[in-house]
Design a protein around this ligand. Structure first.
Ligand code: GRF
Length: 203
């Protein structure tokens, strides 16, 4: 059994898709807590509506001082490095190296581009403005860098001539909602083997 903690900062649509996926019959992942870095995050209400405990950590601390608070909440809900998975879903803070080391290869993130292209913020807009013909989304393990950890899976999304930045973002988001639950399922079934930068899926 994997105990899941989800970190959010905003809308929480990925969080919601993960929670709905788990409700639909995935029995080896137990969602334990949703933690938001912002009290006004829309995702908090969605998590409560789905019956998941929520917490807010919005204090003005930095780095490990802040992340220590996260760890103490995660541990209170039994999301530990031995049995847990921490999913970042629109979480707008960089994790400290201490946190990353503590939950080594047990933290995932979803990013709205085909990494390593367009890391950081506003990736859909950067891809659209650059004029790429294909973009997409990436789920990766989190390391100490920015959107730089080993890639678990990607989904591509074509950029149509008729696209606006908004329509493109929407189609990427639809794919995110499929990709993230899929990766969590693979993790929970012990099917992900990390070899350096490569993540091998053992089906
Ligand atoms: C998503 O586009 C995700 O890829 C990125 O932040 C956005 C979060 O959206 N990391 P939501 O809060 O899951 O709706």
């Amino acid at each position: 059994m994997i105990n899941l903690g989800i970190l959010i900062s905003g809308r929480g649509s990925n969080m919601e898709s993960i929670l709905n996926f788990l409700k639909s019959g995935v029995t080896n992942v137990c969602p334990k807590v949703v933690i938001s870095s912002k009290p006004e995050a829309e995702g908090l209400k969605k998590a409560s509506a789905l019956g998941i405990p929520t917490k807010i950590v919005s204090m003005e601390l930095k780095g490990w001082d802040y992340d220590k608070e996260l760890v103490s909440i995660l541990q209170k809900y039994d999301v530990n490095p031995e049995n847990g998975l921490v999913c970042l879903a629109g979480y707008m803070r960089l994790l400290s190296p201490e946190f990353v080391v503590k939950y080594k290869m047990r933290i995932m993130n979803i990013h709205p581009s085909l990494l390593p292209s367009f890391p950081g913020l506003n990736s859909q807009k950067k891809a659209y403005d650059y004029g790429v013909k294909v973009t997409g989304c990436t789920v990766h393990f989190v390391d100490e860098g920015l959107d730089s950890g080993p890639i678990i899976a990607q989904k591509q999304v074509p950029v149509l001539d008729s696209d606006t930045y908004e329509t493109l973002s929407e189609r990427i988001l639809q794919q995110e909602h499929i990709l993230y639950p899929y990766c969590i399922k693979l993790f929970s079934e012990d099917k992900l083997v990390v070899k350096g930068r490569r993540v091998i899926v053992t089906l």
